[in-house]
Design a protein around this ligand. Structure first.
Ligand SMILES: Cc1cc2nc3c(=O)[nH]c(=O)nc-3n(C[C@H](O)[C@H](O)[C@H](O)COP(=O)(O)O)c2cc1C
Length: 245
């Protein structure tokens, strides 16, 4: 394995950090690495809000369901999908506005996500650890308000970064054969594949150092997504200029 692939395979979310800060020059380097990701039509449809104000961090941590790592991280970034900038450019070049198009919403969300994953990987390669925070979409209006987001910008997720003060195990991913299909989607294999993966994950949950539990992947993830329906999201996005009818 080359060092990049090795680093990729060592990923695990880090939620506990030492007091050591991250220098602004390192953060800029990490963000530059994030920006090196590919971008649909080269729109670079993202913005990052670095949240340093401690009151704002606490407000966001609470809005995200009380996640203390948001306040404790050396750096906390909100990754936004941003069509505001390119909308300005459309006006500048006398083209029509970008309001509402589903395709542009997808492109901006994907752009922001690719950039953020590159950023996290760059951080991990420097010995930092981090965790994405989808919990900010529990109360996206609070986040938009605190960060003064304009229309056509929405917070996709947060990213906590810091020097690790924990060493959690890597969660085993699905076997490649389970997600790689040859030429056609093989739905018939799903029940047996899932059973096998459930048993692998049951062993992992039962034997890991912390948060041991008797569970498996299906139970765990299906329970988790029930609690994350976030029915307000469509209305919130439409109100910000995305996905309008
Ligand atoms: C888009 C996204 C949102 C996430 N949101 C949260 C979150 O709000 N809080 C949290 O503690 N972890 C969050 N996570 C981390 C996942 O729980 C974690 O990646 C997953 O359990 C796999 O574990 P690992 O990253 O340690 O391999 C998020 C991950 C992603 C990709």
């Amino acid at each position: 394995m080359n060092p990049v692939i090795e680093k990729l395979n060592q990923h695990r979310s880090i939620r506990k950090y030492t007091e050591k800060p991250i220098s602004q020059s390192m953060l800029k380097m990490l963000i530059t690495s994030g920006q090196a990701a590919a971008s649909s039509s080269f729109i670079q449809a993202y913005s990052i809000i670095q949240v340093s104000d401690s009151d704002n961090r606490s407000t966001i941590a609470e809005a995200a369901g009380g996640q203390p790592w948001i306040t404790n991280a050396a750096a906390f970034l909100v990754i936004c999908a941003d069509l505001y900038r390119i909308d300005h450019c459309c006006r500048k070049t006398n083209k029509t506005s970008l309001d509402g198009y589903t395709e542009h919403f997808i492109a901006a969300t994907v752009d922001a996500t690719l950039m953020a994953q590159n950023l996290l990987l760059a951080a991990e390669s420097e010995g930092l650890g981090g965790v994405f925070i989808g919990g900010i979409r529990n109360a996206p209006d609070v986040i938009a308000d605190v960060l003064k987001l304009p229309e056509l910008v929405y917070p996709v997720f947060g990213l906590c970064l810091g020097w690790p003060d924990q060493d959690p195990e890597i969660k085993p991913r699905m076997p490649v054969e389970m997600i790689l299909h040859q030429d056609q989607y093989r739905s018939d294999d799903i029940p047996s594949n899932v059973d096998e993966y459930d048993s692998l994950m049951a062993d992992h949950y039962a034997s890991r150092q912390k948060n041991q539990r008797l569970s498996n992947w299906s139970i765990q993830t299906c329970e988790a997504i029930q609690g994350k329906k976030r029915e307000h999201m469509l209305g919130f996005l439409q109100q910000r200029g995305f996905l309008k009818l």
